[in-house]
Design a protein around this ligand. Sequence first.
Ligand SMILES: *[C@@H]1O[C@H](CO)[C@@H](O)[C@H](O)[C@H]1NC(C)=O
Ligand SMILES: *[C@@H]1O[C@H](CO)[C@@H](O)[C@H](O)[C@H]1NC(C)=O
Length: 389
Amino acid sequence: MRKHTLLLSLFGLAVSPAQAQVKGTAFGFATGTTGGGSATAAAPSSLAQLKQWITDSTPRVILINRTWDFAGSEGTTTGQCCSTRTTTCSGGSSAGQASIQTTCDDGTWVSCTYDNAAKSPLDVGSNKSIVGVGSSGVLKGKGLRIRGGNSNVIIQNIHITNLNPQYVWGGDAITLDGADRVWIDHNKISLIGRQFIVSGWGKGGHVTISNNEFDGKTSWSSGCNGKHYWTLLLLGLEDWYTFANNWIHDVSGRAPHLGTDYTNSKIFFHAVNNYFQNVGGHAFDIDTNTWSLLEGNYFSSVTTPLTADSLTSGALIYDVPTVDSAGACNAYLGYICEWNRLSGSGTWTARTDTAVLTQAASLKQYLISHIPVADVPTKVVAAAGVGKV
Ligand SMILES: *[C@@H]1O[C@H](CO)[C@@H](O)[C@H](O)[C@H]1NC(C)=O
Ligand SMILES: *[C@@H]1O[C@H](CO)[C@@H](O)[C@H](O)[C@H]1NC(C)=O
């Protein structure tokens, strides 16, 4: 994997010096994603200019070299939020989250004040690279959304944080809804109201989510345990995901949730070498209309690595539970899969649906290679997140 990326990044540098602002080259399903390409990299000088550059239709390399704080920029709302047992958290180890919503059938209304900017993400135009400089790139109080057929976007080395973390529906960090060719690399996401990454019912398209830190530590948890519940919800119409080298820690649910029976969705998900650590709830929760190849992932102190629902939902899963099942990949993919490893975690139920390998064989050029699973905790923690690319 590392060797592969390095070769491609040398190639990228040869194309244009301006592209050096994005480090490396998109791999896996987002292969070919160039973002703003060779456009001259520039740092915006005001919040208004930042918004303009992100949302317009000019190809751009947008440098984020400071904290852009959107809190208060669109005002606040004081009103009623719905409080339930997961808000009051009796016996829990943290406070919960009240919900910003218009009905409250199973709870009671409480007054709440939230920031408006966090609830409306910036709609990213096509052909954009949004790139943090060193470890200084922070978007505070606003997320990013790629929708309406926009494509070719790179989001690299930025920290998205502080989107009304005390409220469910307070905001999503990154939304894909009618997108294609998106590379989300070396970012950190923390203190979010709702999802860290979410798709709508529209296409997510070809997406690579790599080397990110998903930090779920929070004082307001719907799991009542100081760990964020709403991690990744991916249920787009026609999606191919490479999910590699991510560090997912201190979360408690949907880490990730894949698939839906609500639409005729089709999702292929290749999870490689991710490190799931301190998950006080579930990691994989997989619904129908999905093909998931899960290899070389390391689960450390994960209560439920794979939910029971995933086993009965109709999801097709190849989760490489044994040496034999790793070797069986070879006939389909031309390589031996890496098995998954657990430490201090719940059960990893064996699932070896060969339909996943058949599907994967037809997508072979997008499959990336792995490092040994034993190296995952050290290497992923050293490389994931901001300031490390
Ligand atoms: C960000 O870059 C711009 C353009 O080079 C520069 O004017 C500005 O001082 C930089 N800001 C910080 C905080 O370094
Ligand atoms: C993005 O770039 C591609 C290739 O250069 C071009 O065909 C397309 O029109 C661009 N999209 C926008 C919205 O500018």
